[in-house]
Structures are given as C-alpha cells and as structure tokens.
Design a protein around this ligand. Structure first.
Ligand code: NAG
Ligand code: NAG
Ligand code: NAG
Ligand code: NAG
Ligand code: NAG
Ligand code: NAG
Ligand code: NAG
Ligand code: NAG
Ligand code: NAG
Ligand code: NAG
Ligand code: NAG
Ligand code: NAG
Length: 713
C-alpha cells in the first residue's frame, strides 16, 4: 500500500514541475500556517481511517511530509492531496477551499459521504479532481465551474443527483468528464458543445432524458462518449456524423428511436466501438458502415432495424457483430449473402444474428470465417436447407445457436470437430437421422438442445463424454429404446433433463437417484413402464418432476416426499395404483400436483398442497378416491364406516372396487392415447427461450466489468 502510494506520488511528481520531491524532518513553523490548519481540519472531519494513513498527520512532522500530502518546492504549499483507496470515511471539510495552491485532489475509492463543499470552487488552480467511488450526495456544485483550469473531473460511482449545470460549459479546458453511475437527471446542457477540449464524456447509468444536443458535433476531440443506461430519447443527432475523433460510442439501453442517417459512418474513420443495443431505432443499417474501417465492435441488438445486412468486407478489425433481435432480412433467399463478406473479417469472434427475419440457406462460406470465431447465433430466423458440413471448420466455437429455423437433413458429422463447444442448440428444426457418434468429441458441452426435430434411433453411449453437461434437451423427437444408463452418470447434470415426447421404453432405472443435483426432469409422454423407482427420492434438488403420459405402474413411492424443493409434480396418465402418500402434504413448495388418470384409491389428504383445489388434479380417479377438500367433490371417505360395518359391507366394497378397476384398466390406454395425440405447449418452450435466447452478456454487466469501458480494458 505504502509502495503504491509512493509510486503514485512519484508519477504525479513527474508531471508537476513545482513539487518538492521529499521534505525531511522539519518543524511546523516552516511553510504556510493556513495549509497546516486546513489539513488538520480535513483530518477532523474524517471519522474512520482503517489503514492509519492519517496517523502521520501530527505535529512532530512538517505537514508537507504527511501521508498523501505533496507540497510545491518553493512555496511549501500543498499542491496535491492523494488519499485514494484508504477506505476513509467521513465528510469533505469546507476548509479544503483554503488549500489555495491545490492542483490535484484524489479521494478515489473511499467512503466519503455528504455533499461536496461549495468552497471547493475557490481552488482556482485545481486541474484534477477524482472523487469517484465514494458515497457523496447532493447536486453538481456550480461553484466548481469556476475552476477554469480543471482538466479531469471524475464523480463516477457516487450518489449525486440533480441536473448537470449549464455552467459546465465554462470548463473549457476539461478533457475528461466522468459522471457515470449516479442519479443525475434532466437533459445534457447544450453548453457541453463549448468544452472544446473534451475527449472523454461518460454519463452512463444515470437518469438523464431528452434528446442529445446537436452541439456534440462541435466536439472535434471527443473520442469516447458513453451514455448507456439512461432515458435518452429522440433521434441520434445528425451532427454526430461530424465527430471525426469518435472511437467509442455506447448508447445502449435508452429510448432512442428514428433511423440512423445514411451517411452516419462516412466520416467516422476512427470508430472502434459502436453500441446502441436496447433502443427503438429503426430503418436500415447505413451502408456507410463500410467506411468505419477501424470498427471492432458493432452492436445494434434489440432494436427495429430492417432490410438487408450490408457488406462488411472492409471491416478487417471487426471482432463482434451483434444484430440480435431486429427485423433484418426478408425471410427469403439472399438474406445471408453478407456472410460471404465476413470472410475478410479475420478477427471476428462473435457473429450474433438471432431473432430476425433472415431467410434462405446458410452459405457454405460459413466455414471460411475467422479462426477466432467463438460464437455463431442464428436462432429464430427462417433459414432452410441443410446445415453445411463446412461449419465444422470453426473449430474454436464455444456457442452455436441454430435453434428455431427450418434446417433439414442430418446433424453434420463435422460437429465432431467442436472440441471447445459449450452451448449447442439445434432445436426446433426439421433435422433427421440419428445422433452422430462424433458428438462424443464435445467434451466441454455445458448445454445441448436437439429438441423438436425428427431425430430417431437410440441415444448413443457417447453421451458419457459430456462430463460438464448441465442442460440436456432431447424432447419431441422420435428417439427410442431405453433411456441410456450413461445419462444418470453425468456428474454435472444439474439444471435440466428433458426426454419428453419421444418413444423411450423400458423401466426408469434406479440409477435416476444419482441425479442428486438436477432441478428439472421431464420424461413425460414416452412408453416407460414398471415402477417409479424408490431412489427418485435421492434427487434432492428436484423442483420439477414430470412423468406423466407413460405406463408406470405400482404405487407412488412415498420417497417423493423427500424432494423438499419440489414445486411441480405430474404423475398423471399412468397406471399407478394404491393410495396417495400422505407425506406429499409436507412438500411446502409444491404448487402443482397432477395425479389424474391413474388407478389411485383411498383418502385424498387435505393439508399442504391438497388445501388448494386449483393446485391439484385427481380427475379420472374420482370413483376410487374419497375425502379431500370439498371443492374436489369427492365422496366422503367410508373408512370409519367400513371399519364399523366391516362384516356387512367388506365383500360388497371389494366387488365394486374390482369392477371399477377393471373398467379403468381397459379405458386408461384409450384415454392415454387420445390425450397423447393432442400437442400441448410445453413448459420447455418458454423455459428454453430464456436459456438459449438471452443476450450473452448484459450491457450493464459488460459496462461494470470494463469499468465503464475504460481504455485499459
Ligand atoms: C498563507 O496562505 C494565505 C492564504 O493564501 C496567505 O494569505 C498567507 O500570506 C500565506 N502565508 C505564508 C507565510 O505563505
Ligand atoms: C506522528 O507521525 C509519525 C510519522 O508517521 C509517527 O511515527 C508517529 O507515531 C506519529 N505520532 C503520533 C503521536 O501519532
Ligand atoms: C478557511 O475555511 C473556513 C471554512 O470554509 C473558514 O471559516 C476560514 O475562515 C478559512 N480561512 C482560514 C485562514 O482558515
Ligand atoms: C481517478 O481514478 C481513476 C480510476 O482509478 C483513474 O483511472 C484516474 O487516473 C484517477 N484520476 C486521477 C486524477 O487520479
Ligand atoms: C451511502 O449513503 C446513504 C445515505 O446517504 C446510506 O444510506 C448508504 O448506506 C451509504 N452507502 C454506503 C455503501 O456507505
Ligand atoms: C466564481 O468566482 C467569482 C469571482 O472569482 C465569484 O464572484 C463567483 O461567485 C464564483 N461563482 C461561484 C458559482 O462560486
Ligand atoms: C458557448 O460559448 C460562447 C462564447 O464563450 C457563448 O457565447 C455561448 O453562449 C456558449 N454556448 C452555450 C450553449 O453555453
Ligand atoms: C459538420 O461540420 C461542418 C463544418 O465543420 C458543418 O458545415 C456541418 O453543418 C456539420 N454538419 C452537421 C450535421 O452538423
Ligand atoms: C466511404 O466509402 C465509399 C465506398 O467505399 C467511398 O466511395 C467513400 O469515398 C467513402 N467515404 C469516405 C468519407 O471515406
Ligand atoms: C477480401 O478478401 C479477398 C480474398 O482474400 C480479397 O480478394 C478482397 O480484396 C478482400 N476485400 C477487401 C475489401 O479487402
Ligand atoms: C473426434 O476426435 C478425434 C480425436 O479426439 C478425432 O480423431 C476425430 O477426427 C474427431 N472426429 C471428428 C468428426 O472431428
Ligand atoms: C473515473 O473513475 C472510475 C473509477 O471509479 C474509472 O472507472 C473511470 O475510468 C474514471 N474515468 C476516467 C475518465 O478516468
């Protein structure tokens, strides 16, 4: 800590000609009494100093040697106060206005609270003011606009509110102005256009509104403009086309609308990052994009852009192209021709085109893209034809999202080359054939969806290689045979296992109990038979369990009641018999319980989930069940009567029960078949869309992760 402080002081010394390098032991009579008194006043308003930096602020040393204090060499006046990252807590004393020689004040990353004293505005020599990452409140102090030599002003990550004063325009020498992550509101004053030296302006993550002033166009030196996550509206001013120094522009998460000027990018030859995701901007992508030849990141996701994607072949530095969630394309042939122009973008890492209207076939040039490519997202479009084998050339892919298109043909064998693949989604297409054994090469897989296709055959044992798999969705295909044992041995399978709506048969293995961290298991609508294994009770993390529409028989294992987190349990449309385990009452999170169309008998419990008629269903079992809450309209349980009149009635009851059971045994398969034929919207379709279709990284996270897109990152 001390070393880094000294380093910082040293660095500032280099930039400040008047600073005394070191002042050794000297008496307090040397130097200016005012600064001495002032510093002690400043110390007084600091209540907590966990690192003890202020211990040295005592009368046995000259104040010029106090921790964090640097004096000018000639006049022995304080020129820099650098107390950054000491976790100091307290207020900023108004006395600070008396340090009249102060040029640099750095209180970065402490816990100062309260308002900035007006007196700070008296420091007319001030050049750098860094108050970021504290807990300061109040409005932007207008008095500060008197500090006309100010070059650097950082108020980011505090709790300031109010408007940005119009007077800010008088800080003509200001180069960097960072106000991000506060509660500033109102509009950006047009006087901003007068700060002709402005190079960096960040107002991200505030509550600013209104249009951006066209005066930004006058800022010929502005290279970084970060306004993301506010409530700005209107169109982007056409004068933006004049900001020839602009390198980083981030305006994501606002309410901008209208279209971009056709010549938007013609003069922006320094542009490296352009982000306007999550607005309501419409119209075509300007073809002048080709002029922004230094562009690395282009992100216009979550807007209303239409038309064809222009050629980007000149953008040789492009690493990130995100056009997600727009209305691009015409739904017909030719929409994806621009992919061929991407061949020249040899640094491309993310190609994100999901949820548009892109049609036609996926060109084989998809295999000639950058070797750096880690993500291809084409989900929810209208792409048809086969998935080209060449796609396997992208051997560094980590994510491939092709779901919800009209792809046909087989899963390409070349998928076996994706040794780094983590997320693979080819669901909701018209794919045929079997799972290629080469998929066993995908040892890094975390999630895979092949759901809603026409794949068939057995699931090959190679799935045992997917040791990192958390999500597996093979639902709604024609897979047959037994559920492979290897699935139950996957150690990471923790989020989702959906094999529903296939033709799996045989028993559910007792090994199912190994899935002890799985949240969701859906094996509904298959031909599974035998008993539900007692070991199901070992799946301790289970929240959603759906076994309906099979041919399970035997009793409901009472071990299900050990699944304490269970919210959804569907055992309907099976051949289960016996009584409803009373232990199910204890499942306090259960909000859906469907036991209908089985052969259950006896008393329906009345506590827990059974209290809520809309949460449970026992339809089709009516004749055998009794009791329960009154809304179920079941007969009262004869239990006690039977006991009392055992000798008279037992024979009769047994005969009636037998007749009904026999009748149901005949009718159940018919019913099963009838219900199975009706396709229901699955829980998965909504769930899946949240897993596979969210943007990979939210702008806010990204912003924070890069500390407000600081150039270091
Ligand atoms: C100390 O600073 C004050 C205020 O700037 C000034 O009036 C006074 O003359 C200075 N005294 C010395 C000894 O420099
Ligand atoms: C005064 O500061 C010096 C130098 O840091 C320190 O060694 C000394 O302990 C301090 N004295 C008191 C009374 O805190
Ligand atoms: C310093 O500042 C305080 C508060 O702003 C003020 O009361 C005082 O008169 C000023 N002058 C000196 C010499 O301390
Ligand atoms: C203020 O803090 C930021 C973040 O650490 C740093 O980049 C900047 O250089 C600091 N400015 C000054 C003048 O110390
Ligand atoms: C910041 O200050 C507010 C009140 O002004 C207080 O409620 C909050 O806890 C403080 N936050 C931190 C991190 O100290
Ligand atoms: C700015 O300084 C002038 C004189 O130096 C003073 O009259 C004025 O009140 C100051 N403005 C603010 C907002 O402090
Ligand atoms: C910009 O500065 C000029 C001259 O200093 C002044 O006349 C004008 O009013 C200022 N513009 C704004 C919007 O403050
Ligand atoms: C761009 O700047 C030129 C001169 O610098 C000016 O004539 C033109 O009006 C500006 N265009 C816009 C849209 O502001
Ligand atoms: C933009 O690109 C087009 C087509 O490549 C070219 O004709 C034009 O001169 C470029 N404009 C600028 C300002 O570089
Ligand atoms: C794109 O790459 C091809 C083949 O390498 C080359 O012929 C063509 O000139 C490149 N286009 C541009 C605009 O660089
Ligand atoms: C699968 O990986 C093996 C080696 O790990 C490799 O020899 C084989 O070619 C791969 N299969 C495909 C289709 O890439
Ligand atoms: C302002 O400070 C924050 C740290 O709190 C830093 O992330 C940011 O880069 C700084 N801004 C400038 C322009 O230095």
């Amino acid at each position: 800590m001390l070393f880094s402080t000294l380093t910082t002081i040293f660095l500032f010394c280099v930039t400040l000609p008047l600073i005394h390098p070191t002042i050794t032991a000297a008496s307090t009579t040397l130097g200016n009494k005012t600064d001495f008194v002032t510093l002690l006043q400043i110390k007084k308003s600091i209540s907590s100093d966990p690192y003890g930096i202020l211990v040295s602020w005592n009368t046995s040393n000259h104040f010029c040697s106090w921790g964090g204090v640097t004096c000018g060499i000639k006049h022995q006046r304080v020129v820099m106060l650098n107390l950054k990252e000491y976790h100091l807590s307290g207020t900023i004393s108004p006395y600070i206005g008396n340090l009249s020689f102060l040029r640099i004040l750095n209180l970065l990353s402490n816990k100062f609270y309260g308002e900035i004293p007006r007196e700070l505005g008296r420091l007319f020599r001030l050049r750098k003011l860094n108050l970021s990452n504290n807990n300061l409140t109040g409005e932007f102090p207008i008095s500060l606009t008197n500090c006309s030599k100010l070059r650097y002003l950082n108020f980011s990550a505090n709790s300031f509110h109010g408007k940005i004063p119009i007077e800010v325009g008088s800080l003509k020498k200001l180069e960097k102005l960072s106000l991000f992550k506060n509660n500033f509101g109102g509009k950006i004053p047009p006087s901003i256009g007068n700060i002709s030296s402005l190079n960096v302006f960040s107002i991200a993550v505030n509550n600013l509104e209104g249009k951006l002033p066209g005066e930004f166009g006058q800022l010929k030196k502005l290279s970084m403009l970060v306004i993301l996550s506010n409530r700005f509206s209107g169109m982007l001013p056409s004068s933006f086309c004049n900001m020839t120094s602009l390198a980083f522009f981030s305006a994501a998460e606002n309410q901008f609308h209208g279209s971009l000027p056709a010549g938007m990018f013609s003069a922006l030859s320094n542009l490296q990052m352009f982000e306007i995701g999550m607005n309501q901007i419409s119209g075509p992508i300007p073809t002048s994009i080709a002029n922004a030849s230094l562009l690395q990141k282009f992100d216009i996701g979550f807007n209303n852009f239409v038309g064809q994607v222009p050629s980007v072949e000149k953008l040789q530095h492009l690493t990130w192209l995100n056009l997600n969630y727009n209305n691009l394309g015409s739904g017909s042939d030719g929409d994806l021709d621009f992919i061929t122009s991407l061949v020249n973008c040899t640094k491309l890492e993310n190609l994100v085109l999901g949820s548009n209207k892109l049609g036609g076939i996926l060109p084989i040039s998809i295999g000639n893209l950058s070797t750096q490519l880690i993500e291809i997202s084409l989900f929810v479009n209208h792409i048809h034809g086969t998935i080209p084998e060449t796609i396997g050339n992208n051997i560094n892919l980590i994510s491939l999202y092709l779901g919800d298109n009209h792809f046909s043909g087989n899963v390409p064998n070349s998928f076996g080359k994706f040794h780094k693949m983590q997320s693979l989604d080819v669901g909701q297409n018209h794919l045929l054939g079997e799972i290629p054994p080469y998929l066993g090469n995908l040892t890094q897989l975390v999630e895979i969806s092949i759901a809603n296709n026409m794949l068939e055959g057995k699931i090959p044992p190679i799935i045992a290689n997917w040791q990192k798999l958390q999500i597996l969705d093979f639902s709604r295909n024609n897979f047959a045979g037994e559920i492979p044992q290897q699935i139950f041995g996957l150690p990471s399978l923790s989020i989702f296992l959906n094999l529903s709506h296939n033709s799996f048969n045989g028993n559910l293995s007792v090994e199912v109990g190994s899935l002890s961290s799985l949240d969701t298991l859906d094996i509904s609508h298959n031909y599974l038979s035998g008993e539900i294994p007692e070991t199901i009770g070992e799946c301790k993390s289970m929240e959603y369990l759906d076994l309906h529409g099979n041919s399970f028989n035997g009793v409901i294992p009472s071990s299900i009641a050990s699944l304490k987190g269970l919210t959804h349990l569907d055992l309907s449309l099976n051949n289960l018999f016996g009584t409803i385990p009373i232990e199910l009452q204890s499942l306090s999170f259960l909000t859906y319980l469907n036991l209908s169309f089985n052969n259950l008998e006896g008393k329906v419990p009345i506590e827990g989930v059974f209290k809520n008629a809309s949460a449970i269903s026992v339809a089709g079992d009516h004749n055998h069940l009794c009791g329960g809450i009154s809304e179920l309209n079941l007969a009262a349980c004869p239990a006690t009567i039977v006991l009392r009149n055992k000798h008279h009635n037992l024979k009769q009851v047994v005969i009636i029960v037998c007749v009904i059971v026999c009748f149901l045994l005949f009718s159940t398969p018919v019913l099963c078949y009838w219900i199975k034929k009706r396709k229901r919207p699955s829980f998965l379709s909504s769930w899946k869309s949240s897993i596979f279709q969210l943007p990979m990284v939210s702008y806010k996270i990204l912003h924070h992760a890069t500390e407000g897109f600081s150039t270091n990152n």
